[in-house]
Write a protein that binds this ligand. Structure first.
Ligand SMILES: [Zn+2]
Length: 198
């Protein structure tokens, strides 16, 4: 089917989103075409605003409106414990449980040789700098129980061991192969509670 160029371009853009195939992209494009013009304008502006007003925290690499982020600058948080996550969305999932009062470190990915992502491509160097300069007593690895999550956890635990810091990993309650962001709050809270030392 041949669409006018502007519609074809719109469909192409939607198709770049994660887990959106050609059919869904088409549906989204047609939905947008039926929306009132002012709604479309608001939608477009919200995308620009989100992109323009989001910073990466220089300490933990969380996405935030400010740098350092709210968590890193808070005096209510326990600075002796750092929870390591792959992405900001995992941090949000853990924050929603209200169970964790420490700080975070967002790796911005996982080691994945299949995708050409090595240890130097994610924020591991920066984590080691924090462990050297800050008074950290415990590190919690909150990485998904996927092949990449396992590989990254193993790699990190070897690097962190020499610091003499307690290392634990969340495990219980999380189904194997499941993404942290899709787990419900109780499951994640249980997983943190049941973390085991590495
Ligand atoms: Zn931060």
């Amino acid at each position: 089917m041949i669409y006018p160029k502007s519609i074809a371009t719109l469909i192409e853009h939607f198709q770049k989103f994660p887990s959106v195939g050609p059919k869904s992209a088409q549906r989204m494009a047609f939905y947008l075409l039926r929306m009132p013009m002012n709604e479309v304008e608001k939608f477009a502006q919200s995308m620009i605003d989100a992109k323009a007003n989001t910073k990466t925290c220089e300490v933990c690499f969380n996405l935030s409106a400010s740098s350092p982020c709210e968590i890193c600058s808070s005096h209510q948080r326990d600075r002796s414990i750092i929870c390591i996550v792959a992405e900001t969305k995992d941090l949000i999932a853990i924050e929603k449980t209200n169970e964790f009062k420490g700080l975070y470190h967002v790796l911005q990915g996982l080691i994945s040789p299949m995708d050409g992502i090595g240890a130097d491509d994610i924020r591991i160097k920066e984590l080691l700098t924090r462990l050297t300069n800050e008074e950290v007593k415990e590190v919690i690895l909150a990485l998904s129980p996927s092949v990449e999550g396992e590989a990254t956890s193993l790699y990190l635990s070897k690097l962190i061991k020499p610091f003499g810091i307690k290392i634990s990993r969340i495990a219980f309650g999380l189904p194997v192969g499941a993404d942290l962001e899709y787990a419900d709050e109780i499951t994640i809270a249980k997983a943190i509670e049941g973390r085991r030392e590495l």
